[in-house]
Design a protein around this ligand. Sequence first.
Ligand code: ZN
Length: 418
Amino acid sequence: MSEKEMAGEISDRLVARFRRYVAVTSQSDAAVADVPSTAGQWDMARLLEGELRALGLADIALDEHAVLTARLPATVEGAPRLGFCAHMDTVDVGLSPEIHPQLLRYEGKDLCLNAERDIWLRAAEHPELARHVGEEIIFGDGTSVLGADNKAAVTTVMELLAALVREKPAHGEIFVAFVPDEEIGLRGSKLLKLERFPVDFAYTIDSCEVGEFVYETFNAAQVTLSIAGVTAHPMSAKGVLVNPVLVAADFIGRFDPSDTPECTEGREGYCWVNHIAAGPAEAVVKMSLRDFAAAGLARRKALVAAAVKATQEAFPRARLALKIEDAYGNIADALGNDRRCVDLLERAFAALGIAPDVIAMRGGTDGSALSARGVPTPNYFTGGLNFHSRFECLPVPSFVQAYRLSERLVALAAGRTA
Ligand SMILES: [Zn+2]
């Protein structure tokens, strides 16, 4: 079989599998505290569990949070234990939970995604697609995201396992974890039982364009300040009333207005006030602290503590309760001196002739949660574009590249060069 025929076969397999997975609606729901937050994620987990059983993987476990793990035993000794982690939820950005994929050829012109609803992808508004003219691209129908985030990764990992089982090349031990609720705070990866995922290092496949490679992310912490005031009728409030609305405003006013998401970029961190609920008796203020440097995050926590102290001094009769919780950590900090996961990925990029586009990501991935727990987990591209949008799409040649890269990682880890 020629290289081209083989590539064709792989793209057909990837597309068919991807269609099967996006047919399962599995949006996560931030308003639900349980993990998983939605029943659809159970459907997705059970579908994958059945497929892993059919492939004959070992140690398949589906836990009470719909975290699904499995192990593919090694065929050679001495290779590092690799993990792949992908999330099963799709994001809720107010679009339809149901996904209707369609395979269209992009000719560089405006493209009708939905004739009935008159939804068009305007070429002029999507310069990112200029590199994909002439390609077969999977789109949704304009009423939903496509769900390549992250079902392209689920597909890549499952197709890779299927190929390894079928063809039995030399490979080390491989662990997979499919987790729920990534889009609503990396909840699934935080609950992943690490004894079921005993890897030397792992990868997520959860960024966009071919070449994207992320091993630096924010360190993140969440701040909740609860304020109890003193209520009084305004006719006799003098010297009695302590107004939580004003206490909250005082606290918020103590931060640098240029140290915010809207005023920072690149490697700058920020303090982001993103919730305030205040009434006559009490108030709650929430903030997100982000910084690439662990010391920077610690400095931001100290700023918050100092602001709380100053506000408390200004309103001595208010009761302030501060909670700061770490949310996830910079992947780079978890690497330490062990750069094997990054080196291996760089070698895989080089082997396929893909130029790495190393991104310091102003956010977190499941890998940030895993890295904070001691499992170094870089992230690389799915090949998809426009995540979290009705114009999310997945150029098939890029999808194949993500698959080839994953295949190459496994090969290189086992000392194979092809
Ligand atoms: Zn994702």
